[in-house]
Design a protein around this ligand. Structure first.
Ligand SMILES: [Zn+2]
Length: 265
């Protein structure tokens, strides 16, 4: 496809719901940015409200990493820290979903079909965490006793984390672009979310941090007519578990989603 082709606009799918912390969650901030007395490892906070949050880029990065592993992709691109996969192949199931930046002059960027919004605490969780007795705002301090590998001396460190039980609202938006790839993209996304539930988000996963679940999932279809003001959004699933959503996805695609590709222009 040439770079200046106009892409048809079919609309978007909005996947949203709750991210529930089953164990303490630490999505770390740099100490250079967040100077909080006594906390060795502070969490990310929204600069406006001061509440802890999960940057959309953290969730997207984690899902991408899982997708790369599921698809067996080669980690060819250096990022900080580590490596990841990026390629110029528009058929690549990872890059067409998560995007890819051109490395050479004759290559093109592949824009991501996914937008992952920043993930904020629900109002209920803010109210609940305000009542938790802790010196920090809406978080807890966990003391980890690491051993210095050279001297074997104990090196106690404090890690700030969002307590188990806290709930966030997430929203992931998928651009409907390619009829031939749409269902596979959506399956890939939900599969990665399922793997993430058995993996971890944020830091210190090997210590048991960052177990999350996606609950009360809602899938809404906003076709072209929605954005032109001619039609409402179509709620395809509401308050479903992730596993149920995965079960019915194929049926939803056949019955509702694929129809949007016939409604161009
Ligand atoms: Zn790729």
């Amino acid at each position: 496809m040439a770079g200046n082709d106009t892409k048809p606009f079919y609309g978007k799918l909005i996947l949203s719901g709750t991210v529930r912390c089953e164990t303490g969650l630490h999505v770390g901030a740099s100490r250079d940015i967040m100077e909080i007395g006594g906390v060795d490892n502070p969490v990310m906070r929204d600069p406006f409200t001061g509440y802890p949050y999960i940057p959309g880029s953290s969730l997207k990065g984690k899902l991408r990493c899982i997708a790369e592993r599921i698809q067996g992709k080669h980690f060819n691109r250096r990022i900080s820290p580590g490596f990841r996969h990026e390629c110029p192949d528009r058929q690549c199931p990872v890059c067409r979903l998560f995007g890819s930046t051109a490395e050479k002059k004759d290559e093109e960027n592949i824009p991501s079909r996914l937008r992952v919004r920043d993930i904020f605490l629900t109002l209920e969780s803010v109210a609940w965490l305000r009542d938790v007795d802790t010196p920090l705002s809406l978080t807890e301090l966990k003391y980890e006793n690491a051993l210095d590998r050279v001297t074997c001396a104990a090196d106690p460190r404090s890690v700030e984390r969002i307590p188990a039980g806290a709930e966030f609202s997430y929203e992931v938006i998928y651009d409907l672009e390619d009829e031939g790839q749409c269902l596979e993209d959506l399956e890939n996304l939900l599969n990665c979310m399922a793997v993430l539930e058995d993996d971890y988000l944020g830091g210190h996963g090997s210590r048991g941090y960052g177990k999350i679940r996606f609950l009360g999932n809602r899938l809404a279809l906003r076709g072209r007519d929605y954005y032109l003001g001619r039609d409402g959004e179509k709620v395809l699933a509401d308050r479903e578990s992730l596993s149920r959503l995965r079960e019915i996805l194929g049926e939803l695609y056949e019955r509702e989603i694929k129809l949007v590709f016939g409604r161009e222009g």
